[in-house]
Design a binder for this molecule. Structure first.
Ligand SMILES: Nc1ncnc2c1ncn2[C@@H]1O[C@H](COP(=O)(O)OP(=O)(O)OP(=O)(O)O)[C@@H](O)[C@H]1O
Ligand SMILES: [Mg+2]
Length: 353
């Protein structure tokens, strides 16, 4: 673990080259219990050829954010506000018909659960070949060849035979890989990978991660990578966004955020997640309390009811004033830069070793 170095003013992880630029995104669901504020004023950027990692506890809005980017929400029960600029085009106002043309072609997603992406009624091969035919105009034969090639790339044994299998004939890990093949078949410019390798063993996981890196190298694709695995994040991501209660609480290069986190929630999150190559003598510490209600989120900083440092902030700012997330390397917290540094060095860093 390095000592804390001054990082303010370093190259900001956001920039004018953004391929995807999300601005003040708000996603609300109307439910019987009330309005669920799943995403509440979220902004982030992903550059071409770069990978943005997203971390955060279960329910922090990671999947909802990314499903919204692809326009995969139910318009009857969901309100979306803000901007989702993909290569300059605002996807929030793009009609569904046009979004359909983008999905699977320019943008693709590897879903958390393969069964949401694969249909039980069509063969795996057909499901990989179809988007390829649709978006490239390839013949049936060419598309079948391409499907076999993709199955080979994701490490499916006997791809020439297995291409005619139905999803239920595949094991869980194979289904996951088939879905990855489907997402990559058109070499997307933006790939959203939501826990893509969780169900896979380490060898296959490494193979898939290499495949994603190849895609990025070859086509300069932008990738959003959601995972609970810090080892994978530090291997894959350039920049990191930490989400809490549908908001971004910290952002920076992956190196900066993992080495010198500045937000009390990130401190808690990192102390609660296993670290790659970390000492096993340090026990994992869960964050006290539970994630906030999205029906009735806390006022001020959404993390204040669980934060152990609110007494260091004057007055009741933590419970009344929503801290802003600045641009570039930033943490949305009312503690001063000096306080964050001192607390991190004295109390947090020793726990992360
Ligand atoms: N269609 C919906 N209607 C109502 N609430 C929803 C809907 N979809 C998601 N939510 C809620 O939105 C919140 C964010 O969910 P989301 O799936 O984005 O979490 P996540 O960060 O991806 O968590 P995990 O790490 O468990 O995958 C959750 O509280 C979830 O229950
Ligand atoms: Mg999720």
């Amino acid at each position: 673990m390095s000592t804390l170095t001054k990082t303010e003013g370093e190259k900001a992880p956001t920039g004018p080259d953004s391929f995807l630029s999300v601005r003040d995104l708000r996603v609300r669901f109307s439910t019987e219990d009330g309005i669920v504020k799943a995403v509440d004023g979220l902004s982030f950027d992903v550059e071409r050829g770069k990978t943005l990692g997203i971390v955060g506890e279960s329910g922090s809005g990671k999947s909802v954010t990314n499903l919204t980017v692809l326009g995969l929400h139910n318009p009857k029960t969901t309100t979306v506000e803000g901007e989702i600029l993909l290569d300059g085009q605002d996807l929030v106002t793009t009609p569904e018909k046009e979004l359909e043309k983008l999905r699977g072609n320019k943008v693709a997603m590897i879903f958390q659960d393969p069964l949401t992406a694969l249909s039980p009624y069509y063969t795996v091969g057909r499901q990989i070949a179809e988007p390829f035919m649709k978006h490239t105009g390839a013949s049936k034969k060419e598309a079948r060849e391409r499907a076999i090639e993709m199955l080979t790339k994701v490490g499916i044994p006997q791809p020439k035979t297995r291409v005619d299998d139905y999803p239920h004939q595949f094991s869980g890990g194979m289904r996951q890989r088939a879905m990855i093949a489907m997402a990559l078949v058109c070499d997307p410019d933006l790939l959203i990978a939501d826990e893509p390798t969780t169900a896979l063993d380490v060898t296959v996981q490494a193979q898939i991660l290499d495949l994603l890196k190849d895609l990025q190298q070859e086509f300069g694709s932008a990738i959003i990578f959601i995972t609970h695995d810090l080892g994978v994040i530090s291997d894959m991501a350039d920049d990191l966004l930490v989400m809490y209660s549908g908001r971004a609480v910290e952002r920076g290069s992956v190196r900066e955020v993992l080495r010198e986190p500045r937000h009390p929630y990130t401190w808690g999150l990192l102390s609660s997640m296993p670290r790659l190559g970390g000492s096993t003598s340090q026990p994992l510490t869960p964050i006290p309390g539970s994630p906030p209600s999205l029906l009735n989120p806390p006022s001020g900083c959404p993390f204040h009811p669980r934060c152990t440092f609110t007494d260091k902030v004057s007055g009741d700012r933590c419970s009344t004033e929503r801290p802003a997330l600045g641009t570039g390397r930033a943490a949305a917290c009312h503690l001063t830069a000096e306080q964050k540094q001192t607390i991190f060095i004295d109390k947090i860093q020793p726990r992360l070793r």
